[in-house]
Design a protein around this ligand. Structure first.
Ligand SMILES: Nc1ncnc2c1ncn2[C@@H]1O[C@H](COP(=O)(O)OP(=O)(O)OP(=O)(O)O)[C@@H](O)[C@H]1O
Length: 306
């Protein structure tokens, strides 16, 4: 379990992380989402004490990272910055990490197999593709068979087969009761991989929500409507139990209704409808909307407020 309490990090005048409080629970994959610059990497660096918080704290299984004995056995991390020496082979890189944490050669071979790098284990890391480098980083994270995994953008650079593979791997690791936190700025990918979402924007908490709830709230179909008599149309539809929202671009969105139903309301009420378009809401759209204005949405759908 990872517990962040009022975690804040300033870099000079810049606030990278702004009072984040959340818990990452074991037994499920938690997606840590936010647009570029939201503060995901900084938060993960604070978890690993690679940087000091300005205020607040973060504990992993009740302890600060620095208090953990043989940390590779407690927390496996894949951060963008943690690269292997380019002149070393993948095997030797892992072996040197293993040696400092009393981890066996057998485990080194095991993790190489787990990430599918057997055929290139003896090759220098210098020639590795981005996907191979990600796999090597994962192997390093898994080396100590840790109960907690922190992975910063692990899907970066992987092809579709690699993405599917990592999704299955992480789901399996979570099913074993581990705490798995992975960051990404790709909403759709996270929705397919994570059981729970923590979404931040400008260093602040925007949502702490089960993925299924986020999908139920934001995905699905609706009908886009345009009318010179939008207010009257809206009340006529609402009076018939059809849920209507204003999209902000001059259109109305009607949920849970058929096209014919809306057409009939227009006819019965003598209202002009100039557009009637069936649409599918995308999670990516919901994510962009949510993260576009941190202040407006802050706290709206956080777990704590429910
Ligand atoms: N060492 C630093 N010095 C100054 N500013 C920093 C430093 N590290 C991060 N920042 C700033 O803090 C903010 C958060 O950055 P961070 O890298 O944590 O975001 P992120 O969500 O991981 O973004 P990305 O998806 O682009 O990796 C950004 O505005 C960034 O420019």
């Amino acid at each position: 379990m990872i517990e962040a309490t009022e975690l804040t990090k300033h870099y000079g005048a810049k606030t990278a992380v702004d009072g984040l409080t959340f818990t990452v629970r074991p037994g499920r994959v938690t997606g840590f989402l936010g647009p570029n610059g939201a503060g995901k990497s900084t938060t993960m660096r604070l978890m690993l004490q690679l940087d000091r918080p300005t205020s607040g704290h973060v504990r992993i299984n009740g302890k600060e990272y620095g208090e953990l004995t043989e940390p590779l056995r407690q927390v496996g991390a894949l951060l963008e910055s943690r690269a292997a020496h380019p002149g070393r082979s993948a095997y030797n890189h892992l072996l040197s990490l293993a040696a400092s944490n009393r981890i066996s050669r057998q485990r080194v071979r095991q993790v190489i197999e787990m990430v599918g790098l057997e055929s290139v284990a003896g090759k220098r890391v210098r020639g590795f593709s981005l996907g191979m480098t990600q796999r090597l980083g994962l192997a390093a994270a898994l080396l100590g068979d840790p109960p907690v995994l922190l992975l910063d953008e692990p899907i970066n650079g992987l092809d579709p087969e690699g993405v599917r593979w990592i999704r299955q791997l992480l789901t399996g690791l979570a099913a074993e009761g581990r705490t798995v936190l992975l960051s990404s700025h790709l909403m759709t990918e996270m929705a397919a991989t994570a059981d729970h979402l923590i979404i931040i924007g400008r260093g602040r908490m925007l949502a702490d929500i089960p993925t299924s709830d986020f999908v139920a709230q934001h995905a699905g179909s609706y009908i886009r409507l345009r009318s010179p008599e939008a207010a009257r149309l809206r009340s006529a539809l609402t009076a018939r139990g059809i849920q209507v929202t204003e999209a902000g671009d001059g259109t109305l969105h009607a949920l849970g209704a058929e096209l014919e139903q809306i057409g009939a309301v227009g006819r019965d009420e003598g209202l002009i409808i100039t557009e009637l378009t069936p649409c599918t809401a995308s999670l990516e759209d919901a994510f962009i909307k949510l993260t576009a204005d941190a202040v407006e949405y802050r706290g709206g759908i956080t777990e704590a407020s429910r």
